[in-house]
Design a protein around this ligand. Structure first.
Ligand code: PXP
Length: 266
């Protein structure tokens, strides 16, 4: 073996670069509020990718309150052209499974969905819904879609996610982020649970993502969790874009993620 060959360590950054998936749902929320054709989620996706998003995330809800079927068609074509992954968030229903199989996005994230909720309020109960989740995971995987389950950082849910054949879990950061915003003392306990969940999921061979409710304040502590490979962030970025523009908002989030990872590596 040649002695001047670079060691694996020198060519593989550690910790690995944390990917940013930008969720553009709420561009469609604003569009739909007036029933107009603007603002266009595909334009937001273009700006996001140019600003450093590693992928685009969109949730086609059963009630189509923001993203529409034709948005998914446009986003699937756009991300394919740009060579970036599309992460389709979807409920575990026959209708959504058929749509995912028709578009074959890079990834699908299975989420719980209740029509009366304002946003996804908790993780998917994979333990309870194992009989519904397992066949959906199998069908998506057979079509070449990478399957993620959006769950609470709970040992039983993590084990069940590995059992049903998911390749990825996305840990729900909503409760932690809200506790930080409301300056509640349980924030540190919730962050510790996320850290422990990430460790446990990785030990089960799962790739670990995180998302929901993340803002400039909470992104650092979340990004510093060593096992995380991807964050999915939407609502805060679209809100911030009103004041600063989408490109600077994403660049700042990206920089905060990189800074947190840099501190872990140092
Ligand atoms: N990940 C999942 C699974 C989600 O359901 C959502 C919200 O659609 C997000 C990430 C992004 O959350 P937020 O819009 O609060 O950043």
């Amino acid at each position: 073996m040649s002695l001047d060959r670079p060691s694996l360590q020198s060519i593989t950054p550690w910790p690995p670069r944390l990917r940013l998936g930008v969720n553009i749902d709420h561009v469609a929320t604003i569009r739909n509020a007036r029933g107009e054709g603007y603002p266009d989620p595909a334009r937001a996706a273009e700006i996001a990718m140019a600003a450093g998003a590693d992928g685009i995330t969109a949730h086609l809800r059963e009630d189509r309150r923001h993203i529409s079927d034709s948005d998914i068609e446009t986003l699937a074509a756009l991300t394919r052209r740009r060579g970036k992954p599309l992460n389709l968030e979807m409920a575990v229903t026959p209708e959504m499974e058929a749509i995912a199989l028709a578009h074959r996005p890079h990834a699908a994230c299975l989420v719980p969905e209740r029509r009366e909720e304002v946003t996804t309020e908790g993780g998917l109960d994979v333990v309870m819904l194992r009989g519904r989740v397992a066949p959906c995971v199998a069908a998506l995987r057979a079509a070449g879609v990478r399957v993620s389950l959006f769950i609470e950082a709970d040992p039983a849910q993590i084990r069940a996610s590995a059992d049903v054949g998911a390749q990825v879990v996305e840990l729900h950061t909503g409760a932690y982020c809200q506790a930080v915003r409301e300056r509640r003392p349980e924030a540190s306990r919730l962050l510790a649970a996320l850290r422990e969940g990430a460790r446990e999921a990785a030990a089960h061979g799962l790739e670990v993502h995180a998302g929901h409710g993340i803002d400039y304040e909470t992104v650092g502590p979340v990004a510093a969790i060593l096992e995380l490979a991807e964050l999915n962030i939407g609502h805060f970025l679209i809100g911030e874009a009103i004041f600063t523009g989408l490109d600077p908002a994403i660049r700042r989030m990206r920089a905060l993620m990189d800074a947190a990872k840099g501190e872990v590596a140092a």
